[in-house]
Ligand binder design. Structure first.
Ligand code: UD1
Length: 348
């Protein structure tokens, strides 16, 4: 079987790592196509190096742009790439512009498409990711769902017959990396008792007033906050004249994955709008505050380890809440999701 994985953005490289490993173990001919959506070494290359992912077989070099320009360039380039590799399956990951471009290109070439992390919903139609994931699910032939909630969403949309519950591949990679992780790299930049923050989503960065309010709020919390600043927030803050190092807030470059896991594990709490980090915090049993109006990872909230701060004014109360009750719940699987993904693809 020839499997072509199409990836392009940071969280997709993390998900690719266990898939690449499971594909190799099963003797699958696995081709990696990198769209180039993320190109900064700290958003791309370090993940391939640290997580032992083979170098991409094709690189589209698309880079940044408006949604239409970025997605359109990927679409135009992928026709030739799929014609070259002639896959038995195309595997698309998550909810980025790379996901929707690869899905559309593949289905129009009559190539079977499997969507990893299918069925997640925020029900917030202002999020570009919500459109990407809904459209990918409805176009794909096989929907690889990470959770029971995702399975239920797909059933509600009439997609049950194409759905399989496989678990979450981010659990696979986290369990492996956490076992080997060393001390936090942030010990050098902040006192031991600090929060780790990431803010990068359009809804938090593109409105200068909201971005300013978030930065000012983080700058007045009860402990230092190390903001692992994605290039998007750095760019938007510079345009809006918002200072990312002020008061208790310390801006820091993004971290490689093993360093991020070590930093989160050593922290007093996480403040984020990232999907992946909400789950990583939960799996490491670190309290999380999510600066969004909703989350796709509702299990983290139901179990008490994640709280939504729907406005910046709610962040301070959330980060100082009492530590949640311990739980042995495993809503994100057992660490063997990638093996199940490969088995499902081989079985079809
Ligand atoms: C994308 C995904 C988002 C995901 C995030 C993870 C979409 C619609 N969004 O958002 O779901 O959570 O990746 O990081 O696909 N930039 C750089 N260097 C890079 C990449 C981006 O400087 O390597 C800057 C550019 O100014 C660019 C901006 O970040 O315009 C946004 O990048 P883009 O790829 O459009 O979306 P993300 O915000 O990274």
């Amino acid at each position: 079987m020839r499997l072509v994985s199409v990836v392009g953005a940071r969280p997709q490289f993390v998900k690719l790592a266990p898939i690449a490993k499971a594909a190799t173990a099963a003797g699958v001919d696995h081709v990696i196509v990198h769209t180039g959506q993320h190109y900064d070494p700290m958003l791309s290359d370090v993940f391939f190096q640290d997580l032992g992912i083979p170098a991409p077989d094709s690189h589209l070099g698309v880079g940044s742009g408006t949604h239409g320009a970025q997605t359109g360039q990927m679409l135009a380039a992928l026709d030739d790439v799929f014609a070259q590799w002639r896959p038995d399956w195309v595997l698309v990951y998550g909810d980025t512009n790379s996901t929707i471009a690869a899905t559309l290109s593949a289905v129009k070439m009559h190539l079977p498409v499997a969507h990893l992390e299918a069925g997640l919903r925020s029900f917030n139609r202002r999020m570009p990711e919500e459109h990407n994931r809904v459209l990918a699910d409805h176009a794909a032939d096989l929907l690889l769902a990470p959770t029971r909630v995702a399975v239920d969403h797909l059933a509600a949309e009439g997609l049950a017959s194409r759905t399989v519950l496989v678990g979450d591949v981010m659990t696979d990679v986290l369990l492996e990396v956490a076992g080997a992780a060393a001390g936090s790299p942030l010990e050098r930049v902040a006192p031991p008792d600090h929060y780790v923050a990431t803010i990068h989503r359009a809804e938090n960065t593109d409105d200068p007033r909201r971005l300013r309010l978030i930065a000012e709020t983080l700058a007045q919390l009860d402990k230092p906050v190390v903001l692992l600043a994605h290039p998007r927030v750095v760019a938007r803050a510079a345009e809006a004249g918002v200072t990312l190092t002020q008061g208790t807030l310390i801006a820091h470059a993004p971290l490689a994955y093993p360093d991020l896991i070590a930093a989160v594990r050593a922290s007093a709490g996480v403040i984020t709008d990232s999907g992946g980090l909400q789950k990583e915090a939960f799996l490491l049993r670190v309290p999380c505050t999510t600066v969004r109006t909703e989350t796709e990872w509702v299990e983290t909230v139901e179990l008490g380890w994640n709280t939504l701060a729907t406005s910046p004014a709610e962040i301070a109360a959330s980060v100082t809440r009492p530590r949640p009750a311990d739980t042995d719940a495993t809503p994100y699987g057992d660490g063997h999701a990638a093996e199940r993904v490969i088995r499902e693809l081989l079985a079809r």
